[in-house]
Design a protein around this ligand. Structure first.
Ligand code: ATP
Ligand code: MG
Ligand code: MG
Length: 294
């Protein structure tokens, strides 16, 4: 029988993404709540297990352990179970289950509810610092997240950052410059996607620079820090226009007047530094930790 159905009660769907769906569950034995990501495998277990791209999330989150990174418990594959309606029995399908810590809310939600703009600056700095701490940790293990955005930053009930969604994460190799092709980014949020433009335009000439890939995460971080210190946006339109000006506006129009009055002065410098067009000029997560410790 199915281990998934034997061990867990489904409480509701948390969302659907490119890879599959994420369900809120309760473990029948320990009575605790978890999030389980189900990824549908088209070609059966054997073929799938060779597919490194789909396994990326498991291999990455199972190798990290940090207070600000989503906790991983276990992963397993089940094939052709009649109990699961989402499986088509005529094709040889199976499901990869990834059991992880359940996270209650995301930075995206808190931003949209204006909960961040109501915080005082030191509270916002504390959140920024925790994101940076998670990045220092993964970057030191040569992991690049590649999908950093407020929707992938979870926040627990004590208002601590839990970095999640390692579905696009990759391990950088010592001797390659880790050039990433666009086709690997079908699901990235349009605005945070700017990361890649910045990366691609300056690929030439820094071949072999091993610190190159991690700077994509730093670019996304810069945009997030901006959003966190920005007064609330009235509409989605205003948000995307403001973020577009930040990315590609003239120096005068990059920061709206309201930002300058609401944000601490060093936030602006840090954001400009993170958004440098040339990735090599952007700070490392470690450098950012030093300047955000105040
Ligand atoms: P895509 O995969 O296209 O980037 P996505 O990031 O929304 O989309 P998933 O990472 O599969 O896709 O997540 C789907 C949904 O499940 C999201 O809404 C996410 O907030 C939620 N979710 C993912 N992991 C957890 C978790 N550990 N705890 C609570 N909710 C989660
Ligand atoms: Mg996500
Ligand atoms: Mg995802």
């Amino acid at each position: 029988s199915s281990r998934y159905h034997t061990d867990f009660v489904e409480l509701g769907i948390l969302g659907r993404g490119g890879g599959g769906e994420v369900v809120k569950v309760k473990n029948r034995l320990d009575r605790r709540i978890y999030a389980i990501k189900k990824i549908l495998l088209e070609n059966g277990k054997d073929k799938f297990l060779q597919n490194k791209k789909l396994l990326r999330e498991v291999t990455t989150i199972s190798s990290v352990m940090h207070k600000n990174i989503v906790r991983y418990y276990q992963a397993w594959v089940e094939g052709n179970y009649k109990t699961d309606a989402s499986v088509d029995h005529t094709k040889k399908q199976s499901i990869l289950y990834i059991q992880m810590e359940y996270c209650n809310t995301t930075l995206r939600k808190l931003l949209d509810e204006n909960a961040i703009s109501e915080m005082n600056q030191s509270e916002v700095w504390r959140l920024v610092r925790q994101i940076v701490e998670a990045l220092v940790y993964i970057h030191s293990r040569r992991i690049i997240h590649r999908d950093l955005k407020p929707g992938n930053i979870f926040i627990d009930s004590d208002l601590n950052i839990i970095l999640g969604d390692f579905g696009l994460a990759t391990r950088r190799h010592e001797k390659s410059n880790n050039k990433i092709t666009e086709t690997e980014y079908p699901e990235m949020d349009a605005i945070y996607n700017a990361v890649e433009e910045g990366m691609m335009s300056s690929t030439k000439g820094i071949k072999g620079d091993t610190s190159y890939g991690v700077k994509a995460d730093i670019y996304s971080l810069g945009i997030m820090i901006f959003e966190m210190f920005c007064p609330a946006f009235a509409t989605y339109m205003e948000r995307s226009e403001t973020l577009n000006r930040l990315r590609s506006g003239t120096p005068d129009e990059r920061f709206p007047a309201a930002f300058t009055t609401s944000a601490p002065p060093n936030a602006k410098e840090i954001i400009i530094w993170c958004l440098e067009r040339d990735p090599t000029k952007r700070p490392s997560a470690e450098e950012l930790l030093k300047v955000s410790r105040q």
